[in-house]
Design a protein around this ligand. Structure first.
Ligand code: PMP
Length: 451
């Protein structure tokens, strides 16, 4: 193939042609083998070509692949919604599922459901959503309006809503120059300030990724943060939306990342790992509290897509969740995550360009700095993140590029998030390849006189 007519993101000009995958490995047309250390975009959480899933795809396709959601319901979609309801916080509350096709659609639907909830209660002014600077909630206009990710916003700013934004709970680069716990969680308190400034009467919801992904290189908030956020939302009558698109379905050592803090959101967005990349599938889960006035009022959510609740995708997502449960993968994600984290920390002490390693379960971020003491980032012109990703790929390891979570944008970070059924030997191989990559980059930077 000399000429490609496929529009690609241009992070790099050379794209290998993927031919097949097996477990945690992907093989390209030249026969080169890659360890999928990021599950693509933190998506292929049970690895590639799992026979049980392939079987379900075939069996469901033999029955029916498409019906339109306002003409039929299907068993796979009903069962998937029932399963998700069971999984969210052990059935203490009811959660209803609205199925969509991507994480962006899931967060955008969450935004719409939040606004509709207040309208059904007779309040037409509560339609703004507060979000955080280091955040990414999706690429469509509504989702992007709620995202702080400057690089992805800047071309479309004139079309985006200007929504209120607060600082991130980033202890490595505290926006308030404080130390935890003496900071008394100023980052959570800023939510209260923003609500007072905008007026609670104008705010529908606060949205947050439980653990920030692409826009922060994995930012895990300190203990107490979400408990305080939940209280502030309750006090001011504001819904709390958890964007679990990246963190949900076992990635962080819990089925839902919010379980780490025992805090229940009113609305949850899911995607990525929900169908583990076997088919496009995402969901917005709305709690009983949120659905009650909607069901009593218009009786339906004012949103939807042709492929919403597609039976083929629902069957696959259900099979993925069953596979995760049957193989105890949520717990394995925690155990393998701890093992991987310890090995990466051993690598980090040898290389001063690694400023920080953080994460939960198998969602780990590594931040790179030009000066480990001052935490000064590398110059943007170096495009270090791209170099890290490319060098790793050349060595047969796939990692995911992120920005480091410096408020206002910038900084170099990568995400390591392999399939959650990765074996110990495969983790060893991942770390070995990662160290080789860091070694080469550090050497290059020192030859250039940058460090
Ligand atoms: N929310 C979060 C937290 C994400 O990480 C992403 C994707 N990176 C999205 C939303 C958007 O999902 P999608 O790319 O499937 O539209």
């Amino acid at each position: 193939m000399n000429q490609s007519y496929l529009i690609k993101p241009v992070m790099r000009d050379f794209y290998p042609t993927a031919m097949y995958g097996q477990g945690v490995f992907i093989y390209d047309k030249r026969g080169k083998k890659y360890l999928d250390g990021s599950s693509g975009a933190v998506t292929s959480s049970i690895g590639h070509a799992v026979p049980e899933i392939i079987e379900v795809i075939y069996e469901q396709a033999k029955k029916i692949s498409f019906v339109y959601r306002s003409q039929f319901t299907t068993e796979p979609a009903e069962k998937l919604a029932e399963k998700l309801n069971q999984l969210v916080f052990g059935e203490e509350d009811e959660y209803f599922s609205f199925f969509v096709n991507s994480g962006s659609e899931a967060t955008e639907t969450a935004l719409k459901i939040a606004i509709q909830y207040w309208q059904e209660k007779g309040n037409f002014r509560k339609n703004k959503v507060i979000s955080r600077w280091s955040s990414y909630h999706g690429i469509t206009m509504g989702a992007l309006s709620m995202s702080g990710h400057i690089g992805r916003r800047e071309r479309f700013v004139s079309l985006l809503e200007r929504l209120p934004t607060i600082s991130s709970p980033n202890c490595y680069r505290c926006p308030f120059n404080q130390k935890y716990p003496s900071c008394q969680l100023m980052c959570a308190n800023e939510l209260e300030t923003a609500i007072r400034r905008e007026g609670a009467d104008n705010i529908a919801a606060f949205i947050a990724e439980p653990i920030v992904g692409a826009a922060g290189g994995v930012i895990v908030p300190p203990e107490g943060y979400y408990q305080m956020v939940r209280e502030i939302c309750n006090d001011h009558d504001i819904l709390f939306i958890a964007d679990e698109v990246m963190t949900g379905i076992g990635r962080t050592g819990k089925m839902f990342a919010m379980e780490h803090w025992g805090v229940k959101p009113d609305i949850i967005a899911l995607g990525k790992g929900m169908s583990a990349g076997y088919t496009p599938m995402a969901a917005t889960l709305a709690s009983g509290k949120v659905m009650k006035p909607i069901l009593a009022g218009s009786a339906s959510v004012m949103s939807g897509h042709t492929y919403s609740a597609n039976p083929q995708s629902a069957a696959v997502a259900l099979a993925v969740i069953n596979y995760i449960e049957k193989n105890d993968l949520v717990q394995k994600s925690e155990v393998s995550g701890n093992y991987l984290m310890n090995l990466l920390k051993e690598v980090a002490v040898k290389y001063p360009i690694i400023g920080d390693i953080r994460g939960k379960g198998l969602m780990i971020g590594v931040e790179f700095v030009s000066n480990i003491l001052t935490k000064h980032p590398f110059q943007k012109e170096l495009s270090l993140t791209s170099k890290l990703v490319e060098t790793a790929r050349d060595k047969g390891l796939l990692i995911y590029p992120a920005t480091a979570g410096i408020e206002g944008g910038g900084g170099d970070a990568v995400i390591i998030a392999p399939p959650i059924n990765i074996t110990k030997q495969e983790v060893d191989l991942l770390v070995n390849l990662f160290e080789k990559m860091v070694d080469e980059i550090q050497e290059d930077l020192s030859v250039q006189g940058v460090v």
